[in-house]
Design a protein around this ligand. Sequence first.
Ligand code: GLU
Length: 279
Amino acid sequence: MSLTTRFAPSPTGPLHLGHAYSALLAHDMARVAGGRFLLRIEDTDTSRARPQWEELIYKDLAWLGLTWEEPVMRQSDQLELYHTALEQLATRGLVFPCSCRRSDIRAALSAPQEGAPLAPGVYPGTCRHRPMRERKQGDAIRLNMRAAVQDIEMPEFTETGPKHAESHQLDPERLILEIGDAVLGRKEIETVSYVLASVIDDAAQGITCIIRGEDLYQITFLQVLLQGLLDLPTPEYHHHRLIRDDHGKRLAKRDDARAIAKYRAEGATPQDIRRMVGL
Ligand code: GLU
């Protein structure tokens, strides 16, 4: 099977050196393997996605010397598919509506818990008993993790990145305690969470290897579970090291000082960028 990979930025700010590394690495790996390199615009967060950032993504990537297949997939064109997937999970009783606010969740987590302790930030299950037909405007949709891990045989995935290179079998107990009832549909009725949208699109684009930053390694366990639940193929994963600033902090979208556009304006060449990220 030939390698098909993608770069999937969210148009919520300028691309920085970390994005450049991810895109260049994925592009180079595809070219070396004689495979395909695709681009996907992850614009489901309508409160932050902007057309000017999308335009800048095309400009930055072209300037770096990358080429990709047209047409580019945009998540805002795919909403129907996401809703169908959510409905499928709802029919099987694997999701529930949730009206908890952050403060409700904090309060519930500070009360004494029964059983094994949940990892920090894991949803305490307050709304888990609610059926989907009672979903109200403004409710999020969460995966019922306890039901989900009983619904399928635990899938596995192969990681080839430098840090966790091996086969990983999903462990139901860890999924319950460390990930829990993840949000799949957001409060705004139209939007699904990135974790679900991305899984559906990787399958739709025929991605065989996902090359992305180490910061997304943990979420892979949830995404592989979703692939199992939705009967989608599991690609191979390659999580690469993160590009950090001089203080060792990983770069964020608001880190405009390291924006590719800024280096370009200052006269840097694409080769300079490759050198800066260690390629
Ligand atoms: N859209 C995500 C981001 O910009 C990347 C998702 C992925 O590569 O799976 O962080």
